[in-house]
Design a binder for this molecule. Structure first.
Ligand code: GLY
Length: 370
């Protein structure tokens, strides 16, 4: 009998498994497909708590904590796997093309600075220096120097290998039907062909979390939010920071690819690249940096983020003893993985996490019927 069974070998489940093994707790990872098959590998990989936040809510604090943990976390993964994950801290730029957008950016600067965070206002010339080729009418922007990126495909391969080397058992092609409990205590998981007994179970099934019976996560709390991405080949990186424009973002890779993302569509479980999605992404990209019109399209894909009703993750214990939940990271799973792993491992091992998890409790959705 393993110490802990984790449902889902995406970035969240895998990160928790690695953290547990490092602390001497044995974990089994169950995955319906292969590790990182879903949104973890589809993500663009921005580590962007300041860029993604509109207020200093608990998810923002979680993201900042996680960003600070990233260098150490990446080093651990490198140590176990021997692989690089494309981790770079080149910052993020936000572009304004209207006075109203400039004012919004100024307001963002103010509240983030009041939290002691670094943000630089850019005038039009400074913006052009950071983002050569930016549209002529760009008025200015912001620069977040502490933000960075990873390459999620590289990261997932390396993390998955790291978990195996650390001693995590992987069971792939394992569809979990339900979490089993007796009275108010969990005792295992039911797969299609067998039961695995265990009294500590972590639900980390991303957009599929609500399809697993018995977890106590009410139906409709976590939904798939499709994101489409188009990858261009620019030959060499046109700039190094990622760029947020009004209708999309551009994430340069060191090898000259430029990821253009992303749609957010609550359209069920259909992964698809659509005409409308690609039109939206390419229009945004070519409006923001007009010379991208001549870049080659090399790949397009989509993934399903685990969206939640309030767009904050669900972290903590479930209603039934022995069930732990780590899902619903929506746009921020890559960023929030190191912090999630740390707090969940603390909970599972009975120590108090350094972050107050009450705002992330599944109990906040208790008025919704399962
Ligand atoms: N974090 C960016 C996205 O989910 O599209």
């Amino acid at each position: 009998v393993p110490d802990v069974v984790i449902i889902g070998a995406g970035i969240i489940g895998s990160a928790i498994a690695l953290e547990l093994e490092q602390r001497g707790t044995n974990a089994i990872l169950l995955e319906k497909a292969v590790p990182g098959a879903e949104s973890s590998s589809a993500a663009a990989g921005m580590l962007a708590p300041q860029s993604e936040a509109t207020s200093a809510d608990p998810a923002f604090e979680l993201g900042l904590f996680s960003l600070r943990r990233y260098p150490e976390w990446v080093a651990t993964i490198r140590e176990y796997s021997g692989l690089e994950v494309g981790y770079h801290v080149d910052g993020g730029v936000h572009v304004a093309t209207t006075e109203a957008a400039l004012e919004n950016l100024a307001a963002r600067t103010a509240w983030q600075k009041s939290h002691g965070l670094r943000v630089e206002r850019l005038d039009a010339a400074e913006l052009r220096n950071r983002v050569p080729g930016i549209r002529d009418d760009a008025l200015g922007g912001l620069f977040f120097p502490d933000e960075g990126q990873v390459d999620p495909r590289l990261l997932m391969r390396a993390l998955s290998l790291a978990t195996q080397r650390a001693g995590v058992e992987h069971i792939t092609g394992a569809t979990v039907r339900r979490i089993l409990s007796r009275g108010e205590k969990a005792y295992g998981v039911e797969l299609e062909d067998r039961v695995i007994e265990c009294d500590r179970i972590v639900l980390a099934a991303g957009a599929w979390s609500c399809l697993i019976e018995g977890s106590g996560v009410p139906k409709g709390c976590v939904k798939p939010a499709r994101g489409q991405i188009v990858a261009l080949d620019c030959g060499a990186p046109p700039f190094l920071p990622y760029v947020f424009a009004e209708h999309g973002y551009l994430v340069p890779r060191r090898d000259g690819r430029l990821l253009v993302g992303a749609t957010v569509e609550l359209e069920g479980y259909e992964k698809a690249v659509t005409a409308g999605g690609v039109l939206q992404l390419l229009s945004a990209a070519c409006e923001t940096v007009p010379r991208l019109r001549s870049a080659k399209i090399v790949e397009m894909w989509s993934g399903l983020r685990p969206w939640t009703l309030d767009q904050m993750p669900i972290l903590g214990s479930g209603a039934v003893e022995g069930i732990f939940i780590a899902t619903g990271h929506h746009r921020n799973g890559i960023l929030q993985a190191p912090a999630t792993a740390l707090v969940m491992a603390d909970l599972l091992r009975g120590t108090v996490p350094p972050i107050d998890l009450r705002p992330f409790s599944v109990a906040r959705f208790s008025s919704i019927r399962s």
